[in-house]
Design a protein around this ligand. Structure first.
Ligand code: GTP
Ligand code: MG
Length: 288
């Protein structure tokens, strides 16, 4: 099951810059409103220390993290719902995502064009949320996280509706450096992992794992409170209908046991049926 997060905001506020820092994909970034027209779509690995820990004991040939999709949507302007700017077509892309990341510009920089001339994140936030509401009340009810694009070294306008302050330009510059270079330059720690994890929480997602007979450890994304067959469907479209039962163990217990076989010998693998609600951190083997 894949989940998708849309990056929206006024034109020229740093949406594509954030997208590039997250996905490392080459995209057009320029000091030019409506630089992005067609949405950019990219996949981002969900940071997961548990997957690394599981892999240390299982020693698989392959380790596959779970991913989340980000969509860099074109800039929205006032009256977009009536077709202003590139209007309606952009709003249509917002229907397709599960969650919205709204970028508001807080940094002052005379060189970067602002559609509304002056820096006022509160006004900009209201313009965008209003456009969503005018287009469709349902769009305004979507999960939303407001990212304030700030400048670490520079002048910023404060905005109290800020969920996460990120220096987006610095994040992109940091993401293009090696770990060693980042250390040497004493750059502040990146907030991108925190951003991805926060989206995960807002979307009410959990992670479960499969180990495919010790060949591949893999993380999967699932909505909280899903039944085991739903998790099976994430692994293989067939597995929902063919699901009979699953062997389940919490990831920490598996690590303690050493491997799947030892966990079985200890009798700590649990056999679960269709009614089992998958828990965050479960390692599962589906029986079909
Ligand atoms: N000074 C400063 N400039 C930034 C920051 N973030 C983005 N910019 C610059 O702002 C300009 C626009 O950035 P983009 O990422 O292309 O903006 P966008 O929101 O995708 O714009 P559209 O696609 O036109 O809607 C570029 O020149 C960026 O380098 C920032 O944190 N500080
Ligand atoms: Mg853009």
């Amino acid at each position: 099951m894949s989940f998708s997060i849309g990056i929206i905001g006024l034109p020229n506020v740093g949406k594509s810059t954030l997208f590039k820092a997250l996905t490392k994909q080459p995209v057009n970034i320029s000091n030019y409103p409506f630089c992005t027209i067609d949405p950019n779509v990219g996949i981002v690995t969900v940071p997961d220390k548990r997957l690394k820990d599981i892999s240390k004991v299982i020693k698989p040939e392959k380790i596959t993290p779970t991913v989340i999709e980000f969509v860099d949507i074109a800039g929205l302007v006032k009256n977009a719902h009536q077709g202003e700017g590139l209007g309606n077509q952009f709003l249509a892309h917002i229907y397709a995502v599960d969650m919205i990341l709204l970028i508001t510009r807080c940094f002052k920089d005379e060189k970067i064009t602002h559609m509304e001339k002056d820096i006022d994140p509160k006004r900009d936030f209201e313009i965008i949320t209003n456009e969503l509401r005018l287009k469709d009340e349902k769009l305004a009810e979507k999960p939303l996280l407001n990212i304030c694009n700030i400048q670490t070294e520079g002048i910023n306008k404060e905005f109290n509706k800020c969920d996460l302050k990120i220096d987006i330009k610095l994040e992109l510059e940091t993401s293009e450096l090696s770990k060693e270079e980042q250390k040497e330059l004493e750059l502040p720690p990146s907030k991108l992992n925190q951003l991805i994890k926060t989206c995960y929480q807002i979307l009410d997602l959990i992670t479960f794992y499969t180990i495919t007979g010790g060949q591949e450890t893999r993380a999967w994304t699932l909505k909280k409170n899903s039944f085991a067959p739903q998790a099976g469907k994430a692994v293989h479209s067939d597995f929902k209908e063919k699901f009979i039962r699953a062997e389940v163990i919490n990831w920490e217990k598996l690590i303690k046991a050493g491997n799947w076989q030892k966990a079985r010998e200890k009798g700590i693998l649990q056999t679960q049926g269709k009614e089992y609600i998958v828990q965050d951190g479960d390692v599962i083997e589906f029986k079909i």
